[in-house]
Each structure stands twice: as structure tokens, then as C-alpha cells.
Design a binder for this molecule. Sequence first.
Ligand SMILES: NC(=O)c1ccc[n+]([C@@H]2O[C@H](COP(=O)([O-])OP(=O)(O)OC[C@H]3O[C@@H](n4cnc5c(N)ncnc54)[C@H](O)[C@@H]3O)[C@@H](O)[C@H]2O)c1
Length: 702
Amino acid sequence: MGEVVSTYLSDDIAVVRVDKPPVNAMDQSVRAGLWQAFSEARTNPAVKAIVLACAGRTFIAGADIKEFDTGIGEPGYHEVFRLIEDSPMPVIAAIHGTALGAGTEVALACHYRVADEKASLGLPELSLGIIPGAGGTQRMPRVIPFEAAAEMMLSGRPMNAAQAKELGLVDRVVKGDVAEGAIAYAKELVAAGAGPRKTRERPVIGAEKVAETLKAKRAQAAKTMRNRMSPIKLLEALQAAAEKPFDEGLEVETAVSISLQQATESRALRHLFFAEREVRRIPGLSSSVTPRPIGRIGIIGAGTMGGGIAMAFANAGLPVTIIDANQEALDRGRATIRKNYERSVSRGSLTAEKMDARMNLITLALDYDAVSTADLIIEAVFENMDLKKKIFAKLDQIAKPGAILSTNTSTLDIDAIAAVTKRPQDVVGLHFFSPANVMRLLEIVQTKKTADDVLVTALEIAKKLRKVGVVAQVCYGFIGNRMMDPYAREAEHCVLEGATPQDVDSALEDFGMAMGILAVFDMAGIDVGHLTRVARGNAFHNDPTFYRPSAMLTERGWLGQKTGRGYYRYENGKRVVDQEVIALLHAEGVRLGVPQRKPSAEEIRERCLYALINEGARVLEEGVAFRASDIDVVYTAGYGFPRYLGGPMFYADTVGLKQIYDRIVEFGRSLDSQYWQPAPLLEKLAKAGSTFGQWQAEQSAD
Ligand SMILES: NC(=O)c1ccc[n+]([C@@H]2O[C@H](COP(=O)([O-])OP(=O)(O)OC[C@H]3O[C@@H](n4cnc5c(N)ncnc54)[C@H](O)[C@@H]3O)[C@@H](O)[C@H]2O)c1
């Protein structure tokens, strides 16, 4: 491998070139290389200007985030960027691909910026719970208007070259080789006698609107990034840029950065960053296993899930054939898909041409032969074991050899479904979440017989669909729905004890859940879960309070949004409190002899979340999930658990397992309930003063 940073001369222009595959991430070696290259170029009398460019497919696309934990090695960011900014001759950044985080910050320390027409620039630090800490908060509002700078950092959205040019972040947009374009620009600057243009000496742009902007952005952050500290701290650093001299502003930025890096929010977000990469590592699976080719997709069932899954594949450019039992179902399915695409077109997120192209990829048919050439068939019919078995028997007859047969079942035993075929090794669960074209999570359910290359193909499919695939083993509800069962059980019981649906949902939403669970049931259809529990034979049939509210509402036909009332009433699309339902459910609690005690918000939260975590511990020790961090990915990507808390198992570690264990034991005593048995793994770790994180590390070391 060559040097990480090298310099060559193009006439009197020195080109400093970073070459650190795959994405030129800024780490100690890059900083040290830049330090040396700029020190030399600055003092070379033959050099009239310096271009900073990158090899490979992108400019510096971020910092090496491992350095957060190991500490920033010398030389530090500020020293290197100051050296660049203080160069006595013009320094021009040549940007191609994506400049992200520290990449954008080093470009800001350069005096001028030239970008390839396809390049983009972003400061996405907030997604890791930190702020641009290498001068970005201080330099950006000196280059583009304060409000645009604040929006760029709050949203984390990268800007394309044209937008960047319009705002003044980029001086010139070029086609072709960006280093050549930057050299030409540098020569023009030299010829015109233009000297260095130090960003730190420029005034903040739009300073007169700072107070107004900060007020609006604080309100926006409080609403859209509830409970988070990093947006508030980011605005503090930006305020310092507007109010203080550059060096003092930089000190504020540094202090804020350090405190955020050590805070739980950033640790949680970094944990998820690594956890989402770790999910692809399957214990015991050889790296030589290669995926099967996936070209054509078949889907059985044109309902809510079948349609959404078809869209997910069409969006990835793959042809899909959907089968349903009758023409009406096909017509309905096609109309729903079209309506969903049309909504995207009217919102401006999809062009009409792309919509047509995607619709053209989706074929609907009645005859199963239409999927006989598919490489992957996904069954998404009603949640009914007999029906699914019948369909798999048929697929076994018509599918080509080597085709992967999968089911989207939420709860059923996939080993039993696979057993009706002569090729159980080709069967795997692909559990999508609704709406399947939007939700990031894909639970991949491995049966006892799923072949290794089928599992690897399933992970590839997740990647192709830009989803995060997490492998689970077969059990009732797999990872996600199994843990949801006790969580929602407590929510429903609280209602029988005298809490209103809104008390329950607000307690969970204030904690950070995207939506309270009872509002979720209203959205998904209360009957869906109820019928699944009935089909399961009601595992707690000796307890008449078990999910009684859902059963009562289903009996009355109050199924949630689709019928206009459920736990709430729906008026003109708005959710409103339904006093009749509240009275009805409380009366039922009294009738069943449930002590009336109206649990506090804190108790509701603890009961729901600790029941969830306790089941998570069982899922772990049974091996249903490979890792605690896999559970965290499932819950943050598929169940609305707040990312800034890292997922339920990471959150449990931050609360302390001993505290959770003690509360569970206490609930077992005080609530007169059969459900509060601490999971053996939770008990063991709590008593040892350990954490799920440590347990996971020990497991992978074995
Ligand atoms: N809705 C969700 O939120 C969700 C989420 C994850 C998984 N699932 C699972 O996905 C599956 C489908 O759920 P859904 O919500 O899309 O149901 P749905 O009722 O919207 O759609 C089911 C479709 O299957 C069709 N169908 C029935 N019998 C058929 C047959 N013999 N051949 C071909 N098609 C047939 C129906 O006509 C209907 O169009 C279920 O197993 C469910 O548990 C649902």
C-alpha cells in the first residue's frame, strides 16, 4: 500500500492527495499525513497554491468513529485544520463523491471549494448524538447563511453540488476529473492575484437573524427530536459562533463535543451504528458460503403485506409477480400499490416516469405457474396455518429447483410449514413490517433445516432492499412480536386497573416510543392480535384478564382506525378520547376483580419496559436472537423504540440490571400476578453486577 497522504506538483500547484480506502475516513494517519504534506507545501517556494483531493470513489466521507473510544491521536483536528487555513497561498478543496463530517469540516478549513457535479456535502454528526467538533459549527455559518447551516446540521441531510454552489459552500462545480478542475481554478486564482480566504476571518452570514433562527430551531428540535440533548447543544455551539470571536466559539464547540461524546445518547447511537453492521455476522457460518442469485420474485397474496413487499422489490429494480385467489383481490392489490406510488408522486418524492417503471415491474396473476420461474417466492396470505401449509405444498410442486420459499408469517411455526415440502432446506422466514416498502426491519427466521446459502441470500436480500436484516430462530413471534406480547399485556392490564388508554400511551410516548401501544393496536387492527391469540389457544387461559380489553373491543367490532373506533375514536382522521370505551373497560376491570389503583406514568413505563426486557433476556438465553445488540436493532428499526436510548437491552444496561431485577421481583409480589418471573439470565447478570453488553462480549470471545 502506498502512502496515506502524498503530494505531487502540477506546474506551480501542489496537489495533496489522500488515499485511504474504502472511504478516506479521517483518522490519525490521515491527519499526520496532512500535517506533513501541508507543512512541506507551504514552505516550498515553487508552490503558488495547494489543492486537497482524494483518491478512490469519494472525498473524506467522515471520521473514524472508533477514535471516540480510543481517544484522538496526535496531531489533533484543530492543529491540522489551522495549519491548512493559515497557508500563505490559496488552498482549494477538490470534492467528489460525498464529503461527510470531518471531510466537510476540512473542506471548510480550505480557502476555496471546487466540487464535482455529482458530489454532495453533509454534516450528519447528530445521527451519532454528537456535533461537528472540528470547527464545523463555527466555520459553516461563515460560509453559508446561519439558518441554512443550522438546518444542514439539524437535519443531517447532505447537500448536492448545485445547492452547495447556490448557498456559497462551493465556489465552482465541474464535470470530469475534479482534481484537474480544482488545479485549473487554482491557476485562475493565482493569475488573478487572489490570496488565501480564511473562513475563520469571515463574518457570520445572516447574523441579524440569529436570535429568531435559534428560537425557531429550538422549537423544531423539541418537537421532532424529543428528549434529545445533542440538538440543543448543537444550537448552543452555533449561538457561540454568532456571538463570540472565532477562537472562543471553538472552545464552546470543543466543550460541547466532549460532553456529548461521553453522554448516553451518543454511546447509544454509536452502539446501534456498530450493531447494525454486526447483524450480518452469523455465528458458525463459513465466510465461503455464497448467496443464490435472485432475479425474479414471486409473492403469494396481494393484501397489505404482499403489496408492500412487491413495492419494496420493485423499488430495488427487481421484477415481481403477485398471485392471489381471485380477480377482485388482484384488482384491489394493484389499485392500492398504484395509490401508494401516486401519493409519492404528488408529494414530489417520486417522478411519474419512475412510478411507471416500477408499476411495469409488477405483474399480477391468478395462476401459480406464473411464479414457477421465480428465484424467491414470498407467501403473504392470511395468518392461518392450514392455509399456509396448503400453499407451501403447492409451491413445492411448481417452484423451480433451488428457488427459495419464504413466509411472511408473524407468529407461526415455520418448521411445521417447511415440513410439508420436500425441500425444507430452501425454506426461510422473511418477516417484513408494515408498511413493507417503508419499514427498515426485516426479521429473517432460520428454521432447523434452513440451508446456509439460503440464510446468506436472505441477508443479501435485506441489503438489496436497503433494509436491516436480523436473524431469529423459530418460536412464537420470533424476536420482535414475542417480546411485544408481555409489553402490551401490561399496557392492557393497566387499563383494567383504571388507567385510560391515553395515560398508557402518553407514558410510553414520553419515554420516547414513536407511538403508544394502544394507538398502535388501533392502527394495525385490534382484531389482528386478538385472533392470533385465539388461534394460539390462549396460553394463559386461566387468566380472564389476559388481553381482555382487546378481546372486548374485538367482540364489539370496535377494531381501531378501520372501524372509526377502538381504544380511541377517530373523527376526521383525528384521534380523540372515547369516554364510553374508558368506562366500559374500567367496569370490566371491576367485574373481573382487578384492584382499582390507577398506576402512575412511571409505573406504566416500568411495567411495560421491564416486561419487554425480561422477555428479551429469555430470547437471548434460548438463542432465539444471537446477540443482545440484535434485539436492539429489531426494536429500533421495527418497533419505534427510541434510537437515542440504544434499544431495550442497551437501555437496560444503562438503568442497571439489578434495579430492573429488583422491580420485577417487587411487581411479582405487589401485583398478585403470575407473569413476573425474572428470566434466569437477567437474574444471573443482575446478581453478578454484569450487563447484557458484557455477556455478549463474553459469548463472542468463546
Ligand atoms: N399486516 C401487518 O402489519 C403484518 C405485518 C407482518 C406480517 N404480517 C403477516 O403477513 C401475512 C399477510 O398479512 P396481511 O396483513 O397482508 O393480510 P391481508 O388480509 O391484507 O392479505 C392477505 C391476502 O392473501 C390473499 N389470499 C388468501 N388466500 C389465498 C390463497 N389461497 N392464494 C393466494 N392468495 C390468498 C387474500 O385474498 C389477501 O389479498 C400474514 O401472515 C400476517 O401475519 C402482517
